[in-house]
Design a protein around this ligand. Structure first.
Ligand SMILES: Cc1cc2nc3c(=O)[nH]c(=O)nc-3n(C[C@H](O)[C@H](O)[C@H](O)COP(=O)(O)O)c2cc1C
Length: 323
């Protein structure tokens, strides 16, 4: 078999990294191959200045991409370690004969964020324990609550309070609309964003799609949708960070991606609720009401659901390479 150079393998690894989830499917990352390293840097042209003004979710997304990169590396026989300094994640790879392939590798391309309601079936405790085991005591960042508990009810109220604030915020709605893609041609122009077919809408010309979505973006209709999805979820999951540095968010992103790949690999489904923790007052309230020592940063719903009809698009490896 032809032996690939590290540069060729690195490009394959990056093709797995870009499968990671990101806020509004913004894909805020750039990659550079230098000797035996891959450098990941934030692409601030993709930042979500309104909903994510502190870039917390941007760095969480970078962490998700980093986790994919490191899992994929094991499949190609490379051990890897990373360092974060001066806004750059430097991942160093070492060829190893004893490198065991990671079972989650198969999930990197299959993982997807479920859209819509879940089946209503409850997840058995044995599967929840498997997800909790991803955490470790020193980190303690994955908190899972069964629906119907006081904690889950509180999270549902938080989602509703978040909608009331965000869906009345003109700047939030303008930014969200700017990431929506309304037809195939629109998707092909960017290969990113929140796409009509993934969200289950029919294709429309851009001006028509914008008008329809603008009418639907209000607290009442968003809460109606979320109430239905919340009622169908089996569990709710809050991910917390112990600090508020960029490194804390990258590490949380790694944990988040590990969790999402495990969820998909266990035959379960997840989605992100609208994120009340994007609003500082609601984050603080959630932290004290749920008795969490860390900072709530991501909220997920868990359940069972059918496979998706469409996957969210991704930019190609060439599109995300730095000069
Ligand atoms: C940090 C972060 C925040 C996100 N926030 C939301 C959200 O508030 N609402 C939502 O529906 N999806 C949210 N998502 C999911 C993205 O929209 C999704 O990952 C993206 O559209 C790509 O789709 P995929 O996950 O199916 O590949 C978030 C993802 C990340 C990584």
């Amino acid at each position: 078999m032809e032996t690939l150079t590290f540069f060729e393998i690195a490009k394959i690894l990056i093709s797995f990294a870009v499968c990671a989830p990101s806020g509004h499917n913004s894909q805020p990352w750039k990659f550079q191959i230098v000797d035996n390293t891959i450098v990941i840097t934030p692409d601030f042209t993709k930042r979500l200045a309104v909903v994510d003004s502190s870039d917390k979710e941007l760095f969480i997304s970078l962490g998700c991409a980093l986790e994919n990169l490191q899992i994929a590396a094991t499949n190609y026989g490379y051990l890897s370690e990373y360092d974060y300094k001066d806004g750059r994640i430097v991942v160093t790879f070492t060829k190893s004969d004893s490198c065991a392939a990671d079972a989650l590798f198969e999930q990197i391309k299959a993982r997807h964020t479920h859209r819509g309601s879940f089946s209503g079936e409850k997840i058995p405790q044995s599967k929840i324990d498997l997800l909790k085991a991803i955490d470790n005591e020193s980190n303690n960042c994955i908190h899972i609550f069964a629906s119907g508990t006081a904690e889950a009810d509180f999270i549902c109220h938080g989602i509703s309070d978040g909608n009331d604030i965000q869906m009345n915020d003109t700047a939030f709605k303008r930014e969200l609309l700017s990431w929506m893609r309304f037809n195939k041609k629109h998707i092909e122009q960017t290969h990113n964003g929140l796409c009509y077919n993934v969200l289950g809408f029919p294709a429309t010309p851009q001006p028509m799609g914008r008008t329809i979505v603008k009418m639907a973006l209000n607290p009442k209709s968003q809460n109606k949708t979320d109430d239905k999805v919340n009622a169908s979820a089996s569990h709710f999951c809050v991910l917390t960070t112990n600090g508020t540095t960029e490194k804390d968010y990258i590490d949380l992103g790694k944990k988040l991606e590990l969790l999402l790949l495990t969820v998909c690999g266990s035959g379960l489904a997840y989605n992100f609720s609208n994120q009340p923790c994007e609003i500082p007052t609601l984050t603080e309230k959630m932290r004290s009401e749920l008795g969490l020592s860390g900072y709530p940063s991501i909220i997920l719903r868990l359940g069972y659901a059918d496979a998706p009809k469409c996957y969210a698009p991704r930019q190609s490896v060439d599109e995300v390479m730095s000069e």
